[in-house]
Ligand binder design. Structure first.
Ligand code: UDP
Length: 239
């Protein structure tokens, strides 16, 4: 029997790195299939899912710039990388019979549709997974900011940020054995303690618009579904 859902509409942010599996670059279709399955469970209990996927498995503007490329060009490449990831995710979702759409902040006629908030909300209401790609469409931003922006725009109940660690810690748990996990943090604590969960633009945007963020570990099986039915996985960031 379907469990009671806590959220009607979520914005899930996946980093590009989540898609590469055990490889150091690119996309692992097996990982995508597993994610599609987990997203399908949410759709199955009637949760509306907006998705933002990063591009760090392919290109990051800052890294390209450090290697000598023009920063804005590098950011454009990073945003295009997110479109590739979105196409791969749509493919995996549709193979699992989950209707989905890719919208892009950068018009790319014939490949994906251009982002339009009202259309996005209509698709979400009709139960389609909407993948928001090309970030915000602007250089010098990240897909964390894009996730928070789209989440706020489409009036999601929460932004769920999937990471490699199971929440926000006082220090890097891989380097510092005394690091402790926070169950809850305020936006100001994240900023004051310089916790580096998300970039500052993203946190400020959420604080300004009262958008809660939950940071959790995606490759822990069932974590996503648990959160959506109300369990306290990971760390909640709110007022
Ligand atoms: N990017 C950008 N503007 C945006 C979102 C992303 O310029 O609004 C570029 C930026 O170069 C970034 C890259 O796209 O490094 C990939 O996104 P991100 O680093 O956020 O991916 P993730 O770390 O989540 O995989």
């Amino acid at each position: 029997s379907p469990r009671d859902k806590k959220y009607k509409r979520i914005l899930l942010k996946l980093s590009g790195e989540e898609l590469m599996g055990t490889e150091g670059f690119g996309i692992d279709p097996k990982v995508l299939d597993k994610m599609a399955l987990e997203i399908g469970q949410l759709v199955g209990i009637g949760v509306q899912v907006g998705l933002v996927i990063g591009g760090g498995n392919l290109f990051r503007g800052a890294a390209l710039s450090a290697a000598g490329l023009d920063r804005v060009t590098g950011d454009h490449m990073g945003m295009l990388a997110t479109v590739m990831n979105a196409l791969a995710m749509r493919d995996a979702l549709e193979r699992s019979n989950i209707s989905s759409r890719v919208m892009s902040a950068i018009p790319m006629s014939g490949v994906v549709e251009h982002y339009d908030r009202r259309r996005a909300v209509r698709f979400l209401n009709s139960g389609e997974v909407v993948i928001f790609s090309a970030g915000t469409g602007n250089p010098f931003f990240t897909t964390d900011s894009a996730a928070c922006l789209r989440g706020i725009e489409v009036d999601a109940d929460i932004v769920l940020k999937a990471t490699k660690v199971d929440g926000v810690y006082s220090a890097d748990p891989k380097k510092d054995p005394t690091a402790t996990k926070y169950d809850r943090l305020s936006y100001d604590e994240v900023l004051d303690k310089k916790l580096g969960v998300m970039d500052l633009t993203a946190i400020c945007l959420c604080r300004e618009h009262d958008m809660p963020v939950r940071v959790f570990r995606m490759n822990k099986t069932g974590a996503l579904l648990n959160i959506v039915v109300g369990s306290n996985e990971g760390t909640l960031i709110e007022e």
